[in-house]
Design a binder for this molecule. Structure first.
Ligand code: ATP
Length: 472
């Protein structure tokens, strides 16, 4: 299993991800995408966007981050979007009570204390109140990982929404929230989209956008951050058809990640036994990160909970009326809710491999390679002149400029050719083209494939066709 530190260090060294405002010591739970990271991020978003909206019955929107505060009363976020928080008085550290207990269960399992681990897991499953969390922590003597003490406060609710103010007055009437999920932007626009795009159920609305949660503990790199991006789709259906559509979307979403190269051996389903009050089916797709399995996307059957609540709070009808047969109903919703940032992190971990190969000098060396799917790879192709003379740079540069019309391309002239391959392997570039002496005589180039390291010699005029075929 690769270490998280390996991924974080490569991400920084090669310009995938930097700490936010690093020169000031960083800001917890916030990260910046660098030149390669933003390409990977955009490629993932663009694959999702195509997957969702290049269909007959799904349209996209882009809603604003700030929304009318009543939205969050209707959705239940103002009252219920909180995590159980506990403080240690000695170390002054703050924890999510459920995570603290989960980590303790993990520790016990690793120490082969299976019985106690199962007992606590059972209790955690049945927690109803904050006092229940507190009792588990005290009864099972769960200590603060920092101070090693049990000097705990009681467990309190901590609302995860970031609050701010609109306009010049900072009073209760001007409070707004940074949206904690993008989904509500879709629900409040349900009628607008249905009517303007002339849709009728079953149909979907898709959106990619930022969401903000004041997470109690941010850790594990991009996995749990305070600012992140979601890709969500709400699929509006006739009540009663939710089981079939739920199964349909489960399969669709699993295949999306799989078809972009995610190893199925690192994916699993998590079935929710304890459902949110509004849901009648819910599963997560989990990926095995270096720290263990974690959710990358949830698929939820949310009934008519959200539309009904918005109808009640806004006083506006949220129904679909079938003009042919007079049918009238508030649609049920199947939601697919994925994390872009978590997806990027999953693909970074999924792609990274180290393998032993023979170097230019015949000695064995370790090659770090990012095996990104070619549709996700930040750079699709790199072009090198074998040596910096005899007309090779001119020809290579021309090829580079031509390819740039369609692809993200790098041009590299420095160092031995083996080193240049290694640099591209490490950032996951699927193809490298080299212009050599023969290229000048017969207009051929070598094209090397990242994973097999095989080289084909092809006519330079065929490069675009070659790549198009390989990438599709
Ligand atoms: P968790 O239980 O891990 O906090 P959640 O169940 O609250 O996640 P959802 O509300 O279902 O998550 O959000 C949908 C998706 O948004 C998640 O699958 C995840 O990919 C992403 N996501 C949620 N919270 C965060 C976060 N703090 N940082 C990064 N991505 C997140």
């Amino acid at each position: 299993m690769i270490k998280l530190e390996t991924i974080i260090s490569l991400a920084k060294r090669r310009g995938f991800v930097f700490q936010s405002s690093e020169i000031y010591g960083g800001l917890n739970g916030c990260w910046d995408y660098g030149p390669l990271g933003v390409e990977l991020l955009n490629n993932l978003k663009s694959q999702w966007w195509k997957e969702m909206t290049f269909r007959d019955n799904i349209e996209g929107i882009d809603a604003s981050i700030l929304m009318h505060p009543r939205t969050w009363d209707a959705s239940g976020h103002t009252k219920q979007f909180s995590d159980p928080m506990i403080d240690n008085k000695t170390s002054k550290s703050r924890h999510r009570a459920d995570n603290l207990i989960e980590e303790h269960i993990d520790k016990l399992s690793k120490k082969n204390k299976k019985e106690e681990a199962e007992l606590i897991a059972q209790k955690l499953e049945n927690v109803q109140t904050n006092e229940d969390y507190y009792n588990i922590i005290m009864e099972h003597e769960i200590k603060d990982p920092i101070s090693g003490t049990m000097d705990w406060t009681e467990v309190r609710n901590f609302n995860l929404m970031f609050k701010t103010f609109v306009g010049p007055l900072e009073d209760a009437n001007s409070v707004v929230y940074l949206r904690p999920e993008s989904a509500q932007g879709i629900f409040v626009n349900f009628k607008n989209v249905m009517e303007t795009a002339r849709l009728k159920p079953p149909f979907g609305i898709a959106q990619i956008g930022k969401a903000f949660r004041n997470e109690i503990n941010t850790k594990n790199f991009l996995f749990r951050t305070r600012e992140f991006e979601q890709m969500e789709m709400q699929f509006f259906i006739k009540p009663g058809s939710e089981k079939d559509w739920f199964e349909y979307w489960k399969e669709q979403r699993w295949n999306f990640w799989k078809n972009l190269g995610m190893k199925e051996s690192k994916m699993k389903w998590k079935i929710h036994d304890k459902l949110a009050h509004y849901a009648n089916y819910a599963v997560d797709i989990e990926f095995e990160f270096p720290f263990g399995f974690g959710e990358i996307e949830g698929i939820h059957s949310r009934t008519d909970f959200d539309l009904k609540a918005h109808q009640e709070f806004s006083g506006k009808k949220m129904e679909y009326v079938d003009t042919v047969n007079g049918d009238r109903y508030i649609p049920y919703v199947i939601e697919t809710s994925g994390g872009v940032s978590r997806g990027v992190m999953a693909f970074l971990c999924n792609a990274y491999e180290e393998e032993e190969i023979k170097g230019d000098d015949g000695k064995s060396e370790v090659r770090s390679v990012m095996r990104f799917h070619s549709k996700l790879a930040p750079v699709t192709v790199a072009v090198f002149p074998l040596v910096n003379k005899d007309g090779m740079p001119e020809k290579a540069h021309q090829i580079y400029k031509d390819l740039q019309k369609n692809y993200k391309v790098q041009y590299d002239t420095s160092g031995a050719i083996g080193r240049r391959y290694r640099r591209q392997d490490e950032i996951g570039t699927p193809y490298c083209i080299t212009v050599d002496g023969q290229s000048l005589e017969d207009n051929t180039v070598t094209i090397r494939e990242r994973d097999s390291m095989n080289q084909d010699r092809i006519n330079a005029d065929n490069i675009q066709n070659y790549l198009r075929e390989k990438i599709s």
